[in-house]
Design a protein around this ligand. Structure first.
Ligand code: SAM
Ligand code: DTB
Ligand code: SF4
Length: 328
């Protein structure tokens, strides 16, 4: 194990190195990732990010995984235009009361609009920040002037995922290119916003494709401040419906590799968590994940649920009962 070298931040990982890490013996991989995690973070601290779809469905992009694409007509989903700011802020307040520290707002747009709707998003961002929470939005493609206005409104981070590796991208989305994604990410960085950027596993990609995505993510300097790792939620009516659920240990490998490549980034155990056992989730946290989406819903699909998560967090907490009391 080459632990000391793991504490150096690198941006030049090769595909071969990444695949080698990813495919190394599982226990060694998890131990190595855990050591990196402990070097840079308090291992007991897990961020809770709440998620809200502020504009749902009817998106012109054809992302195969996404229930919100207007191309997938068989999906049962009610379109909802941009929510009222007051309604969004009520949801943020409830999330804060439930214990969330970050509030993420997602909109099914190909690109962030101009005019009234963009101004409304700026109001939402200001409102969330005034509640004392971190604010993140994902609005599709963004130009630099929009990124600057989001900074002025106090936005913490912009989420824009690469979704998969460059060689597999065209199999999943045809209405925009990898280059389009990178251009938005550049605008985000230039404006001084934190970058929240990750992807999805379980769409039929190979380990090399997963490594290709991680290589691109780790090539950013600095690394993205947060990296969401989603497993596909295969929604009825999308082209990826019926895909088998990812093996949870493949997710553990992906998270551990992400942690080793990007030691200081917040790695978010994102969509697909509701299909994981408590123990599999804990293994992901041991392997370096330190953020989750917290709440009953992701954007349009179900999440693990607050009651289950509260039980998970109390299982993780230190015990305070009488250690010597005998079980009856
Ligand atoms: N329209 C914007 C965009 O694509 O950037 C923002 C919203 S979009 C729903 C945000 C991200 O959610 C996608 O990039 C994708 O990584 C993730 N996502 C969407 N549908 C998913 C699914 N069925 N399973 C897992 N992740 C999904
Ligand atoms: C991210 O990486 N995952 C979130 C958030 N960023 C916007 C979205 C997950 C969506 C899962 C499918 C749905 O609920 O529609
Ligand atoms: Fe639209 Fe985003 Fe869904 Fe793609 S992932 S269809 S861009 S909402």
């Amino acid at each position: 194990m080459n632990a000391p070298a793991d504490f150096t931040l690198r941006h030049d990982w090769t595909l071969e190195e990444i695949v080698e890490i990813h495919d190394s013996p599982l226990l060694e991989l998890v131990a190595r990732a855990s050591a990196v995690h402990r070097r840079f973070f308090d291992p007991n601290e897990v961020q809770k990010a709440a998620l809200l779809s502020i504009k749902t469905g009817g998106c012109p992009e054809d992302c195969s995984y996404c229930p919100q694409s207007a191309h997938h007509r068989e999906v049962k989903l009610d379109r909802v235009e941009l929510m009222e700011t007051a309604e969004v802020l009520e949801a943020a307040k409830r999330a804060r009361e439930a214990g969330a520290d970050r509030f993420c707002m997602g909109a099914a747009w190909r690109q962030a609009p101009e005019g009234k709707r963009f101004d409304a998003v700026l109001d939402m961002v200001r409102g969330v920040r005034a509640l004392g929470m971190e604010a993140c939005v994902t609005l599709g493609m963004l130009n630099e002037s929009q990124a600057e206005r989001l900074v002025a409104a106090g936005l913490t981070a912009y989420n824009h995922n690469l979704d998969t590796g460059p060689d597999y991208y065209g199999e999943i989305i045809t209405t925009r290119s990898y280059q389009d994604r990178l251009a938005t990410l550049e605008a985000v960085r230039r404006a001084g916003l934190e970058m929240c950027c990750g992807g999805i596993i379980g769409m039929g990609e190979s380990v090399c494709d997963r490594a290709g995505m991680l290589r691109t993510l780790a090539s950013f300097d600095p690394h993205p401040e947060s990296v969401p790792i989603n497993t596909l939620v295969a929604v009825e009516g999308t082209p990826l419906a019926g895909r088998e659920q990812v093996d949870s240990l493949d997710l553990v490998r992906m998270i551990a590799t992400t942690r080793i490549l990007m030691p200081k980034s917040r790695v978010r155990l994102s969509a697909g968590r509701s299909f994981l056992s408590r123990e599999a989730q804990i293994l992901c946290l041991v392997a370096g994940a330190n953020s989750i989406f917290y709440g009953e819903k992701l954007l349009t699909t179900g999440n693990a649920g607050i009651d289950a998560d509260d039980a998970l967090f109390s299982a993780l907490a230190a015990r305070d009962e009488n250690a010597c009391r005998r079980a009856r």
